[in-house]
Design a protein around this ligand. Structure first.
Ligand code: B12
Ligand code: SF4
Length: 498
């Protein structure tokens, strides 16, 4: 079968700070290639929409698979699916990914017949079976994790071996366009899947049923060795929870004499507990670390159920500094904040040497906060659920909230890019261009035009074609939601090895 896999456009966040390869879709595409299909991948983060229309018209795919990790991309994916069905009525359409898994029936309803099925959960195992069903094999509705207009079938199954389908990176050829800050160009890699913690604002753990899986060091480095880029973003939610895995991968990298620069994400308590493994990776090329700090007071940490104390966060920052790592931290701005609260956070952020980033507290389907607090959601527009817009009622008038948010972002960015970047933007541009860091330069120039109060406010006034179903339309959840209400995968549902 001719199968086209499509990743939607970047959101505001990745228009500015980073743009990374569609690793999940590359893995799903690899499984389709292994099943004998003729596969193409189009990443609209780095390609134009006209190319999509061209591939439909010229190559005439028999099936199109969309990746829908981000809720804000829902309207775009529905429009793309409708365009494919209009152009090629016999073409079969499947949508999968993180957000798709939590709102499968809503997607089918919005699409009005343009989407044949939604895959809930991991895609590598089930995609070849979906394609076989499209081609006339077993009925779609009987496959695990599949939701059709007829309803949901069996629950999804976890793949038994994470290494079985290494990403088909060759299918995403515009690799020069992926970057994160000055790690430009930058590829992505996965060593583990899932997270055993249970923060209230996060759906990473609910997707994988709080499971945590690893792959062997040999398999991880086998994949790493195929990467041509000098920089790597490790996508694991929490890196090196088990230090022995981090050491084993480091040994294998050294044995194969691979030298790269790395960016990873982890937790403060994991860094404190396993500092030796991070020290080893610092010697191996680990350059940047994202620490999920989220709040600068105990009450905020409790609210997010981070299970970390304030003191541990401070200690972890000190350890990372000692290791010579550049640390990026994220603070979640609550729509309930007033000017004083923004001022306190700005002050704190300017005093610490780390790169501080700020996002807006956003309840997502699949998180606990969606079920427990989000009945106050103020918008039905999926596009605003990108952690840069306020979708909960703001204490300040919306315009003033955005004014504070943008001002804070602006101050934090200047700090992180260095005042020189602002006063000497031409000089820094020439230097970076000379080093080939074109994506990073584009980002420096774009910030002002993308981030402004007018644009954020105007985004709220756009017509909404596909209204998001607010949580109050479902039964209210009292107390802590159960795993049945939250999980996509059940941690013990593993597919039989093929
Ligand atoms: C790496 C990552 C990123 C990368 C983006 C990589 C990319 N281009 O896709 C970066 C750093 C840029 C990023 C940015 C953001 N991210 Co992010 N990100 C992740 C992270 C940590 C891992 C994703 C990943 O690569 N996993 C590994 C691959 C193998 O898995 P996968 O992509 O999920 O794919 C599997 C399945 O989903 C499925 N699948 C995927 N596509 C398809 C397609 C088909 C047809 C099928 C059948 C199946 C299928 O099969 C795949 C293989 O099993 C997830 C958390 C998580 N654990 O999922 C958050 C996560 C997806 N991000 C999130 C958010 C909020 C964001 C941001 C908006 C803000 C932010 N501060 O992080 C931005 C904006 C992104 C944008 N599009 O512009 C949220 C999603 C919330 C939501 N429901 O919309 C998550 C869940 C994190 C969280 N804490 O809640 N992110
Ligand atoms: S925020 Fe991080 S630690 Fe908390 S559940 Fe999500 S991935 Fe795990």
């Amino acid at each position: 079968m001719r199968v086209l896999f499509v990743h939607p456009s970047p959101l505001m966040f990745s228009e500015i700070y980073l743009r990374l390869e569609p690793l999940g879709l590359e893995r799903v595409a690899a499984a389709a290639v292994a099943a004998g299909h003729d596969v193409r991948l189009l990443d609209l983060q780095v390609s134009r929409r006209t190319q999509y229309r061209e591939v439909l018209a010229r190559w005439r795919p028999e099936a199109v698979g969309f990746s829908l990790n981000y809720l804000a991309n829902v309207p775009e994916v529905i429009d793309l699916a409708r365009a494919a069905k209009d152009a090629l009525p016999d073409c079969r359409i499947v949508v999968g990914g993180h957000s798709a898994s939590f709102i499968a029936t809503d997607l089918l309803a919005h699409a009005g017949g343009a989407i044949d099925c939604v895959v809930r959960g991991e895609g590598e195992g089930i995609t070849p079976r979906v394609l076989a069903a499209f081609a006339g094999g077993e009925p779609l509705a009987s496959l695990p994790g599949i939701v059709t207009e007829a309803g949901a079938g069996l629950p999804p199954l976890l793949v038994p071996d994470l290494a079985a389908h290494p990403p088909a990176r060759h299918l995403a050829p515009r690799r020069r366009r992926y970057f994160i800050g000055e790690l430009d160009p930058c590829a992505s890699i996965e060593f583990t899947r899932g997270c055993p913690w249970d923060c209230t604002f996060c759906s990473a753990w609910t997707f994988y049923g709080r499971s945590y899986r690893t792959m062997s060091a040999e398999a991880a480095v086998e994949d790493l060795a195929t990467v041509r880029e000098p920089n790597l973003f490790i996508v694991d939610d929490v890196a090196f929870i088990r230090p022995e895995d981090g050491f084993a991968i480091a040994d294998e990298i050294e044995r194969r004499r691979i030298r790269k620069r790395y960016y990873l994400e982890t937790r403060a308590d994991v860094l404190l507990r396993n500092r030796e493994v991070f020290a080893r990776w610092a010697k191996l090329g680990l350059r940047y670390m994202f620490l999920g700090i989220e709040a600068i007071d105990e009450e905020g940490l409790r609210h997010h159920r981070k299970r970390v104390r304030l003191g541990q966060n401070e200690e972890a920052l000190a350890v990372a500094r000692e290791l010579g790592l550049v640390v990026a931290i994220n603070i979640i701005a609550d729509p309930d904040w007033d000017e004083r609260r923004f001022q306190v956070v700005r002050q704190w952020a300017l005093e610490v040497p780390e790169i501080v980033n700020m996002t807006v507290n956003t309840p997502y389907p699949g998180t606990e906060t969606w079920l427990t607090e989000s009945r106050r959601v103020t918008s039905e527009d999926y596009r605003l659920f990108d952690v840069q817009h306020a979708v909960l009622p703001t204490r300040l008038p919306l315009e003033r909230f955005y004014a504070e948010f943008v001002r804070t972002q602006d101050i934090l960015n200047r700090k992180h890019l260095g005042w020189r970047a602002v006063y000497d933007i031409f000089g820094i541009t020439v230097r970076l261009l000379a080093r080939g860091q074109t994506n990073f330069v584009r980002m420096l120039w774009k910030f002002g035009s993308i981030y402004n109060v007018e644009r954020l406010l105007a985004d709220h006034a756009r017509p909404v074609l596909y209204p998001l179903r607010r949580p109050e339309t479902t039964a209210p959840v009292v107390g802590r939601p159960s795993s049945a209400q939250l999980y996509v995968h059940h941690p013990t549902s593993i597919a039989a090895p093929v």
